[in-house]
Design a protein around this ligand. Structure first.
Ligand SMILES: [Zn+2]
Length: 75
């Protein structure tokens, strides 16, 4: 007795999420106008104007240039 084999192969494929944030762990950002460095996703980092934005390759790079960790994102 073969029952009704419901072979509904209707795989609804969701569109791939194009909003992928590339997180680079060891990169920090800072502003030319301050001496704080941040995680790139810090709310203060996002306020830095592009023309003032600096990138650091790790804490030693940031601190070597006289930058101190931000108190909000605590890098
Ligand atoms: Zn911060």
């Amino acid at each position: 007795m073969n029952g009704n084999t419901n072979t509904t192969t209707n795989n609804v494929e969701k569109p791939s999420n194009t909003n992928v944030v590339n997180k680079i762990e060891s990169t920090y950002v800072g502003s030319d106008k301050s001496n704080k460095y941040h995680y790139p996703d810090c709310r203060w980092a996002k306020k830095i104007k592009p023309e003032n934005l600096l990138e650091f390759n790790g804490k030693s790079d940031a601190e070597g240039k006289g930058y101190v960790p931000c108190g909000t994102c605590n890098p």
